[in-house]
Design a binder for this molecule. Structure first.
Ligand SMILES: *[C@@H]1O[C@H](CO)[C@@H](O)[C@H](O)[C@H]1NC(C)=O
Ligand SMILES: *[C@@H]1O[C@H](CO)[C@@H](O)[C@H](O)[C@H]1NC(C)=O
Ligand SMILES: *[C@@H]1O[C@H](CO)[C@@H](O)[C@H](O)[C@H]1NC(C)=O
Length: 289
C-alpha cells in the first residue's frame, strides 16, 4: 500500500474513508476532512485548505493567520488535507501520515468539533459531553456539488447564550426550537416528523441555555424544566445541531485562534478570562433577548 505517488488514488481512498465537510459548513467533526480547495465558511469568514497545502484563516476576506505549510513545485497540492483527530488535535497532513502542521494541544480520545464562529474565531471544543438520543438520520454531511453552497443559518448555541422562544437553530432539513408550550424539539422539515423532544411544558417565557460547565437546560426564569445532566469543567462550550439530526454538546474549548487587540493568535490551554475578553466581543447577538 506504500506509494510515493499518492494523488488521485490516495484521495479517492481518503474520500471513501472520510467525509468531506459540506460547502457552507462552519463546523468540522472528527473523521471529516477539509480537502484542497475546500473551506469552512461563516458569513464573510473562511478557513481554507488551499491547493498549495497552506491552511489560511480569512477574516472578512483578509488573511489573518496561516499554517505556513505552502508547498511549491509541480506536485502542488492534491495530497494535502486538514482533519480533526480523535485526541482533539487539528492537523494539516500530506500523504496519509506526514504531518505538516498541528494545533499541538492533545487530550483524551473522544469526539470533538472545530467551529468557525460568526466573529471569525476558530475553536476546538471537546470532548462531546452529551447528545440527543434520536437515531442518526445520515452518516455524513450532505454532499454538495462544486460551487453549490448550503443555505447558511445558525446551528450553534454558545455557552452563556440563550435560545429564546421563536428562535430556531437550522441545519439542512433539521430545525431545533421551543414550541409555544416550552417543549424543546428537533423537527425534520422533510418528513414533518419530530425526531426528538424534551417533553417539557410550561406557561411561557421559557428558553434554552447552555451553561459554562456544558449543562444544557430548558428554563423558565431560574426554574429548570429539563437538563442534559452532563457537566464538565468550566470553560467555553458549544451545542451543535448536527448533519445527522442530533443535537450535541462539545467542550470545553481546548485551543483557538482569535483576535487579541489587532493581532490574531493561536492559544493553547485556553482559560476563559472574565470581563474584557476578545472571544466574548461580538459573538452571536442572534438568539439573545
Ligand atoms: C470556499 O468554498 C466555496 C464552495 O466550494 C467556494 O465557492 C469559495 O470560493 C471558497 N472560498 C475560499 C476563500 O476558498
Ligand atoms: C507563519 O509565519 C509567519 C512569518 O514568519 C509567522 O509570523 C507566523 O507566526 C507563522 N505561523 C505559524 C502558524 O507558525
Ligand atoms: C415541530 O413539529 C411539530 C409538528 O408538526 C409542530 O407542532 C412544532 O411546532 C414544531 N416545532 C418547532 C420548534 O418548530
Amino acid at each position: 500500500m506504500a506509494s510515493t505517488t499518492p494523488s488521485i488514488a490516495f484521495l479517492t481512498l481518503l474520500t471513501a474513508l472520510l467525509a468531506s465537510a459540506a460547502a457552507g459548513d462552519y463546523v468540522l467533526y472528527n473523521s471529516e476532512v477539509l480537502m484542497p480547495g475546500q473551506n469552512l465558511t461563516n458569513r464573510p469568514h473562511h478557513l481554507a485548505m488551499q491547493k498549495n497545502c497552506d491552511l489560511v484563516l480569512h477574516h472578512s476576506g483578509k488573511p489573518v493567520w496561516n499554517s505556513n505549510t505552502t508547498i511549491s513545485g509541480s506536485v502542488i497540492g492534491t495530497e494535502c488535507y486538514a482533519t480533526l483527530k480523535q485526541n482533539g488535535e487539528f492537523v494539516v497532513r500530506r500523504d496519509v501520515h506526514y504531518i505538516l502542521w498541528s494545533s499541538a494541544k492533545k487530550t483524551k480520545k473522544g469526539k470533538f468539533a472545530l467551529v468557525l464562529d460568526t466573529a471569525g474565531h476558530l475553536g476546538i471544543y471537546g470532548q462531546r459531553r452529551w447528545s440527543s438520543n434520536n437515531p442518526k438520520e445520515s452518516t455524513s454531511p450532505p454532499a454538495t456539488l462544486p460551487g453549490q453552497v448550503l443555505p447558511t443559518s445558525e446551528y450553534i448555541l454558545h455557552s452563556g447564550r440563550r435560545l429564546m422562544l421563536g428562535r430556531k437553530l437550522k441545519y439542512g432539513e433539521f430545525e431545533l426550537g421551543l414550541s409555544r408550550s416550552c417543549n424543546l424539539e428537533i423537527n425534520s422539515t422533510k418528513s414533518g416528523k419530530t425526531l426528538w423532544q424534551t417533553n417539557t411544558k410550561s406557561a411561557s417565557t421559557c428558553f434554552v441555555e447552555l451553561e459554562s460547565n456544558g449543562e444544557l437546560m430548558v428554563k423558565h426564569g431560574s426554574q429548570k424544566l429539563w437538563s442534559s445532566n452532563r457537566k464538565g469543567s468550566s470553560g467555553r462550550y458549544v451545542a451543535a445541531l448536527r448533519f445527522d439530526g442530533r443535537f450535541a454538546v462539545y467542550g470545553p474549548m481546548l485551543w483557538s485562534i482569535g483576535r487579541d487587540g489587532t493581532e490574531w493568535i493561536a492559544v493553547n490551554n485556553f482559560q476563559p478570562r472574565p470581563a474584557v475578553d476578545w472571544f466574548e466581543e461580538k459573538i452571536i447577538k442572534w438568539g439573545m433577548d
